[in-house]
Design a protein around this ligand. Sequence first.
Ligand SMILES: Cc1cc2nc3c(=O)[nH]c(=O)nc-3n(C[C@H](O)[C@H](O)[C@H](O)COP(=O)(O)O)c2cc1C
Length: 363
Amino acid sequence: MGIFLGAFSYPLHIYHSSALFLMNLVPNRIAYQSLFKIIFYLMRQNLLKDYLIYLESQMQEPDLSIEISGFKMGNPLMLASGILGTTIASLRKVFEAGAGAVVTKSIGYEPRAGYENPTLVEVHGGYLNAIGLSNPGIREFYNELLESKIDDLPLIVSLFGSKKSEFRYMTSLLDKLNIKAYELNLSCPHVMGFGNEVGQDPKAVRRIIESVKEETKKPVFVKLSPNVKDIVEIAKVAENSGADALTVINTIRAMSIDIETFRPILANKIGGLSGPAIKPIAVRCVYEVSKEVKIPVIGCGGIMNWQDVIEFFLAGARAVQIGTAIAYEGLSIFEKIKKGIRDYLIIKGKKSVRDIVGLSHDF
Ligand SMILES: Cc1cc2nc3c(=O)[nH]c(=O)nc-3n(C[C@H](O)[C@H](O)[C@H](O)COP(=O)(O)O)c2cc1C
């Protein structure tokens, strides 16, 4: 019995592939019964277990590491901006839970209190938020970074602003510190004068990216919005202006109304929708953008499990960001997804997560 249980503690995919292999060799029922007798004999002798140990040792551990414009990550899972990203201590917790990189909440030139409550509401298929880009402002954030140990942290700082002088100032201030990359939030859907309003104007997109690139040699990622006429057009402008990678996508403009009181639920009325409801839109955007640009695309929007991550990779993403799923699943989601990707790559016979990027483009 012990042998039985020992043998069955092996990963299912080893049984699955061995069984498929054996079934091809078995011509009829008699041969099938003989084969089972042999298997039971091997199990009694503990030989099957030895064979499975041998088989597993022959399997190469798939490589989950990726590189985005010189920025190396141990695995392709990043924390999305705005979720647990307000302090370095909370970002470190996410990194220790298994994320390959962490992105801060978007930081602006001046402190902002954000909107009145309610700023966040759960809706069918995800969350609706209009936080209003609340943040301590660049100087206070800079002081926190100075006092924190960040050298070993794969830290990406998200920045928002309304004009190029603000972006230029923030980048030049932070650039002496050991942050690994910037993400420019040109896509927040619910704050006038920032984010999406800037990100749908190709001239503003160009001005901002070029001015940031003049201040830094670190990789600059640009986060795009689906709330534009043509996301591919903005993606190409960002690439031509010097962006090193594109994060696709931010939340989608949406709203919810209380049928008892007749009032919009969010204090700002309009907010951004995140979570599983937006995944197919995000996958479409990643697919369309990654077909048209050469720089890496980081997928984001509605990822809940490893299958979703694989879908983003097949659509053309080279890394992904996870946000809302943390509210449902907690931080254990990072390890669960890493295990799922690893097992998938073994079953598909792929050595690296890089080998599946954009495979859907072939059809
Ligand atoms: C509460 C909340 C706050 C957010 N704040 C920011 C932010 O400050 N900057 C930003 O670029 N994106 C922000 N986002 C958008 C997320 O980074 C992400 O693009 C979006 O939620 C889609 O991914 P998800 O479905 O995995 O959450 C926020 C999202 C949520 C839910």
